[in-house]
Structure formats: structure tokens, C-alpha cells
Write a protein that binds this ligand. Structure first.
Ligand SMILES: NC(=O)C1=CN([C@@H]2O[C@H](COP(=O)(O)OP(=O)(O)OC[C@H]3O[C@@H](n4cnc5c(N)ncnc54)[C@H](OP(=O)(O)O)[C@@H]3O)[C@@H](O)[C@H]2O)C=CC1
Ligand SMILES: CC[C@](O)(C(C)=O)C(=O)O
Ligand SMILES: [Mg+2]
Ligand SMILES: [Mg+2]
Length: 341
């Protein structure tokens, strides 16, 4: 069994003794910044000129500097801008202000693994990657729990990079759930695979096909939505609590038998071959190149795919239905006022 690191194995005072700049105040950025601060760490936020996020960081009571000033001020610089923005941000604002003895922290290894960022000599480079969305990282911390983290050290010039990384992981709440050692390569490739093949890409496509199949057969879209999307969370919650076995224990025997006979008809062995092809594109760098080249060109492919996803009929059905839930809060709270985003 892999060693799992918990709160008692890490020294919080290490990160409490550092000045930390969190660059980016989005999903991960706001969560790391607020959890660090609640753990007694001195934090400033680094943002670009005219940033839309500045108001939120101000409202939360943080000092906001330019990314360059924040990097110059800090001992520990946490790069939590979007992956596609990190290369330019690093070149223009971070690198010129990175003195020896500082530490760079990432939450995803993309830019290091694919050679888009190369830290200078004298700088430690570490990864503390929560295995969950940033808003959950904050929510769990506030609830006295945490989201598991995986932790890596790419460069350990100081000889103290691991101690600092575990201390940081503890401060954001990750070691309440547990931390596992990894490498930048393992984190990057498994994270990209998980989100593309199963968690985001695979699941979204499965749900859309399920919805389309029922609606095209003449069933009501609202009932199709409940069946393939709403209830998915309730089923996955059981898997999360006790594995696939607990989910199968809770459902009816009819559902369990259908699971065994029809699951492999839908997700047949070709799907595993497709997954292997997706993994190969991640490992070779083909996916990273496609993503970054598109971003460099103004993201035409990304924008077109996003628009197509947003206009799928399941989004309209879901938007209307969720408004009717008694516990529903405005979707504007987490979509910046836009439907489905
Ligand atoms: N989202 C998640 O839950 C997870 C993300 N990660 C990793 O965490 C990192 C951050 O991702 P995520 O939180 O999704 O990012 P977001 O897209 O939520 O980050 C947006 C933030 O970055 C700011 N930003 C954008 N460009 C720059 C720039 N050039 N300089 C400074 N700030 C900038 C934005 O400012 P503005 O408002 O002005 O645009 C905003 O504050 C990535 O490496 C990602 O892979 C890892 C695990 C999970
Ligand atoms: C599953 C998507 C993710 O990898 C995450 C929330 O962990 C991401 O990049 O946002
Ligand atoms: Mg990811
Ligand atoms: Mg992830």
C-alpha cells in the first residue's frame, strides 16, 4: 500500500514562516489563498492589469499586487492562472522577479511536463495538486475536512522542497484527507487522462447520448434529464462512499442485473482501445500541442466546441428544471450570470 501522508506528518510552521503570492484568483486560486490565510499564512494575490478577479480578491480582504510585484515580494509563488496563460505569465512577470531561494508551486504539472516553463537555477519547483475542483477545496476546508492531494518535487535546490510542499499541502487542508507522493509526469498524464476519458469528457458524452436516446425515442426531456443526469450524482455519491460495490448493494436487483448485462454492451472493449489512444496522445504531447496551438491562435477550436456543448438541449432542460428544486440557489452564483457557464 502506498504511503499516505496526513496532518501529523507535516510541519505547518514552515509555510507559516513564508510570504506566499497566489497568482490567479479563480477556482483553485481563491481556495488556496483563503485556506492558506485561515491556516495562518501571509498571502497576497497577484493579478494582471485590469483583472476581472480583482474585485473578488478585494472583497475577500486580500492585498492585490501585479503578478510581477507579488513575485518579487514573495518567498513562495503559486501559479494558479489557467494552464494556457502560464507560459506568458511566467516569462513576462514571474521569471524576471525570481531570485534564488524562492519556490514555485503548481497545482497541475502541465507547463513543466510539456516544457513550456523552465525554472532557473536556485529555485525549487513543487506540485501540490488537489484531486478535486477548487470550489470544493474551499468548501471542504471550511467544513473541517479536505480534498486529497498529490505532491511532487521537480527541483530541490534547497534540500527543503519536500518539507515545504507537505507544509503547503497541510495548510490548504489536503492532508486532512491524505496526500500521496507523485511526479510531475505522473500527475500531468493521469490528471489529463482522468478528466478527458472518464470524469469530464467520458461522462459528459455518456450523459448526452443517454439523453438523446430517450428523447429521440419520444420520452419527455425532463424525465430523460432526471434519469441520466440528476440521478447520476446520487449513484456516484454511493460509489464515492463505498465503491461500485456499495452502489450495486443499494440499487434494486433488477438494476444490478441490468448493470452487468448492459454496461459492457454500451461501454464495450472498443472504449478501452479508445481510452488507450487518448492516453497515447497525452503521453506524446499531441494533446498539449493541439490545446496550446489553438490557444495561441485565439482559441477558435475551443470556442466552437464550447458553443456546441452549451447549445445541447439537455442544458436548457436542466436549467429550467433546477430552478424548480426547493433548495435551488441562483445559477448566477456560480456561472457569472451566464447560462450553463
Ligand atoms: N479548476 C480546478 O479545480 C483545478 C485546477 N487545477 C490547476 O490549477 C491551475 C489553475 O486553474 P483554475 O483554477 O481552473 O484556473 P481559473 O481559470 O479558474 O483561473 C482564473 C484566474 O487566473 C487569472 N489569470 C488569468 N490569466 C492571468 C495572468 N496572465 N496573470 C495572472 N492571473 C491570470 C484570472 O484573472 P481574470 O479574472 O482577470 O481573468 C483568474 O483570477 C491550473 O494549473 C489547473 O490545471 C488543478 C486542479 C483542479
Ligand atoms: C477533473 C478536472 C480537473 O482535473 C480537476 C477539477 O481536478 C481540472 O483540471 O479542473
Ligand atoms: Mg485537470
Ligand atoms: Mg484534476
Amino acid at each position: 500500500m502506498t504511503d499516505i501522508v496526513y496532518d501529523n506528518d507535516a510541519d505547518l510552521s514552515i509555510i507559516q514562516g513564508k510570504k506566499v503570492a497566489v497568482i490567479g484568483y479563480g477556482s483553485q486560486g481563491h481556495a488556496h489563498a483563503q485556506n492558506l490565510r485561515d491556516s495562518g499564512v501571509e498571502v497576497v494575490i497577484g493579478l494582471k492589469e485590469g483583472s476581472k478577479s480583482k474585485a473578488k480578491a478585494d472583497e475577500a480582504g486580500f492585498e492585490v499586487k501585479s503578478s510581477a510585484e507579488a513575485t518579487e515580494w514573495a518567498d513562495v509563488i503559486v501559479i494558479l492562472a489557467p494552464d494556457q496563460a502560464q507560459r506568458d505569465l511566467y516569462q513576462h512577470d514571474v521569471a524576471p522577479n525570481l531570485g534564488a531561494g524562492k519556490t514555485l508551486v503548481f497545482s497541475h504539472g502541465f507547463n513543466i511536463r510539456f516544457g513550456l516553463i523552465e525554472a532557473p537555477a536556485g529555485v525549487d519547483v513543487v506540485l501540490v495538486a488537489p484531486k478535486g475542483p477548487g470550489h470544493t477545496v474551499r468548501r471542504e476546508y471550511e467544513a473541517g475536512r479536505g480534498v486529497p492531494v498529490i505532491v511532487a518535487v521537480e527541483v530541490d535546490e534547497s534540500g527543503k522542497a519536500w518539507d515545504l510542499a507537505w507544509s503547503y499541502a497541510k495548510a490548504i487542508g489536503g492532508l486532512r484527507a491524505g496526500g500521496i507522493k507523485t511526479t510531475f509526469t505522473e500527475e500531468t498524464e493521469t490528471d489529463l487522462f482522468g478528466e478527458q476519458a472518464v470524469l469530464c469528457g467520458g461522462t459528459s458524452q455518456l450523459v448526452q447520448y443517454g439523453f438523446e436516446t430517450l428523447v429521440e425515442a419520444g420520452y419527455q426531456p425532463e424525465i430523460a434529464y432526471f434519469e441520466v443526469l440528476h440521478e447520476l450524482k446520487l449513484i456516484v455519491d454511493l460509489m464515492w462512499e463505498g465503491g461500485i460495490a456499495k452502489q450495486r448493494w443499494s440499487i434494486s436487483d433488477t438494476a444490478e442485473f441490468g448493470d452487468y448485462v448492459s454496461g459492457p454492451r454500451v461501454i464495450d472493449p472498443h472504449v478501452k482501445e479508445n481510452m488507450k489512444a487518448v492516453l497515447a496522445d497525452i503521453q506524446s504531447g499531441a494533446f498539449a500541442k493541439r490545446f496550446i496551438d489553438d490557444q495561441d491562435a485565439g482559441a477558435p477550436e475551443f470556442q466552437e466546441l464550447r458553443k456546441k456543448g452549451e447549445s445541447h438541449p439537455i442544458e436548457k432542460t436542466g436549467h429550467e428544471l433546477r430552478k424548480l428544486f426547493a433548495w435551488s440557489k441562483s445559477e448566477d452564483d456560480y456561472t457569472d450570470g451566464q447560462v450553463a457557464r
